[in-house]
Write a protein that binds this ligand. Structure first.
Ligand code: NIG
Ligand code: FE
Length: 412
């Protein structure tokens, strides 16, 4: 009996679809396989290819894709979606000419969200976070990173990370948590940033690691945040605890934060409007992903563009995140970010789709997600579109037909 005739029993077959594998092993834009078929068993992709080449599968369930497009599940690799309160008042202030930095220096900005988040109960934060995560999922997000950073004391940072973990337990979505204790200097440590870093290094981070609440460590390296020297103290500690690092870097000025995080073999450097050539070199040498956040660029009316061409020339992988947060990016839509990354940063639609699939997976250290390849986790989205670029082209319509996480169909 030939291989083609042998029956292979699988959980799910999706046939009659154009498959955007996003894999570099398929030599087409979007790694596209026209008229393809994907077979799924035990949560993983067990076969992908042209339908007319497919072995004879016996599937528990078969979905006819009706000639539509199948992509990897989308990955939002940078969010701050656990928070209470909102900052509409600051949005108004900024439109009268007060800058994001000035608001922060006056005790608003991140600190105003810290006050609201400290005052909220775990359940209140969870209810809010579930709504926001569900909104992202409704547009195809199947993996999500959630940062702490609106607690800035040990108890509230832990409360936020517990809520983030619960989002992943209560919703059918894969959540990666990031400890962002070094997001801003809390009022208790005003004029004593070093003292706060000591607290994070000696108390908060070890406890967070002990409780298994963080998958990575992040910080805000900026004049209104922490210096590279302060960040390196925290990264040294993260190293001893075997936690990977990432960094908000070069958002408002160039402090060579991206170079710093790359030299710690960081997963990603995020924002990067003021990124220098030296930092790009360090990112290239250390496989550090460039996470671009068009929502923050847009909301803060930034005009300095991240150096996209230099990143391309250096082959630094580019990812895109929503940066969903109440201050600089109150925009709860990853799909909108694809559109904005094209219109503002002049990325190609294909680069933006790579940025929320394959490269976003790299930015989170998720090595079994982000592409449609044999052996990968079966996180998939079926889209009612006629061209892959449509994912970035439109906004305000939701073309998602069905999504699957680890082979399970998602119903919201
Ligand atoms: O990624 N840059 C620092 N952190 C967030 C903003 C958080 C806030 O303003 O609440 C960001 O843009
Ligand atoms: Fe951020």
């Amino acid at each position: 009996m030939s291989l083609k005739e042998a029956m292979q029993v699988v959980d799910l077959v999706i046939n009659n679809v154009h498959v955007m594998t996003m894999s570099s092993t398929v030599d087409n834009a979007y790694g596209l396989i026209q008229d393809g078929l994907v077979a799924i068993h035990n949560q993983n992709i067990v076969w992908v290819g042209e339908q007319n080449q497919a072995p004879n599968f016996q599937a528990v369930e078969t979905v006819n894709g009706q000639g539509k497009y199948l992509s990897p599940g989308l990955i939002d690799c940078h969010t701050h979606l656990v928070f209470a309160g909102n900052r509409a008042n600051e949005f108004e202030q900024r439109l009268t000419g007060v800058s994001y930095e000035e608001i922060a220096k006056q005790g608003g900005g991140i600190i105003s969200t810290v006050k609201a988040t400290r005052a909220a109960t775990e359940q209140e934060l969870l209810d809010l976070a579930i709504k926001r995560a569900t909104q992202l999922m409704s547009e195809g997000v199947t993996s999500l990173e959630i940062k702490s950073g609106y607690g800035l004391d040990t108890d509230t940072e832990i409360k936020m990370l517990k809520v983030a973990r619960k989002v992943g337990e209560q919703l059918p979505i894969n959540v990666k948590t990031t400890f962002l204790g070094a997001h801003a200097i809390p009022p208790e440590f005003k004029d004593n940033a070093d003292g706060y870093i000591d607290l994070l290094v000696n108390e908060t981070l070890p406890l967070v690691a002990d409780l298994g609440l963080a998958d990575a460590v992040d910080g805000f390296c900026e004049n209104i945040g922490f210096s590279p020297i302060q960040m390196s103290k925290l990264f040294d500690k993260a190293n001893t605890l075997n936690l990977p690092v990432k960094l908000h870097a070069e958002q408002l000025s160039d402090l060579s934060g991206a170079e710093l995080v790359a030299n710690y073999h960081g997963l990603s450097a995020d924002h990067l409007e003021y990124l220098s050539d030296n930092s790009i070199k360090a990112m290239q040498q250390n496989n550090t992903v460039a996470v671009l956040l068009p929502g923050a660029f847009y909301t803060l009316s930034e005009t300095k563009l991240p150096p996209i061409n230099q990143l391309r020339q250096a082959n630094v992988p580019i990812a895109i995140g929503s940066d969903y947060n109440p201050g600089s990016s109150p925009l709860c839509s990853l799909k909108l970010m694809l559109h904005m990354a094209c219109t503002q940063f002049k990325l190609t639609p294909e680069e933006t789709v790579l940025g929320v699939t394959k490269n976003a997976a790299l930015a989170l250290g998720l090595n079994n997600k982000g592409t449609i390849e044999q052996g990968q986790s079966a996180d998939l989205c079926l889209w009612d579109i006629q061209h892959p670029a449509e994912l970035a082209y439109t906004f305000g319509v939701n073309p998602l037909l069905t999504s699957w996480v680890e082979g399970k169909k998602i119903s919201l």
